[in-house]
Design a protein around this ligand. Structure first.
Ligand code: SF4
Length: 87
């Protein structure tokens, strides 16, 4: 993953648009989805399903570093989010 390298495309071809109302998690039970989904490492460490990446109108996980095309969650857990303060 090279986030800095990705920014060259953002400068020329891709717009960065603020205020998305996202609903993203890696905590959906297997029997409720029909695709392969990696598990949230924070939930795995705590044997829970309470942590969600981004919840509409509610919160964004402190480890959430965004989305990489086309449906990868970028997650810094258990490390401090290196992007905090850069938005
Ligand atoms: S960003 Fe990472 S730690 Fe936070 S909810 Fe998503 S997968 Fe879990």
């Amino acid at each position: 993953m090279n986030i800095q390298g990705d920014h060259k495309y953002m400068d020329t071809k891709i717009r960065k648009l603020d205020g998305a109302n996202m609903d993203i998690d890696l905590a959906t039970p297997k029997d409720r989805i029909q695709w392969q989904q990696d598990k949230c490492p924070w939930n795995e460490a705590e044997a829970s399903d309470k942590h969600k990446c981004a919840v509409k109108n509610v919160s964004i996980c402190p480890y959430f570093c965004g989305i990489k095309y086309h449906d990868y969650v970028l997650c810094s857990y258990p490390n401090k989010n290196p992007l905090k303060g850069t938005e």
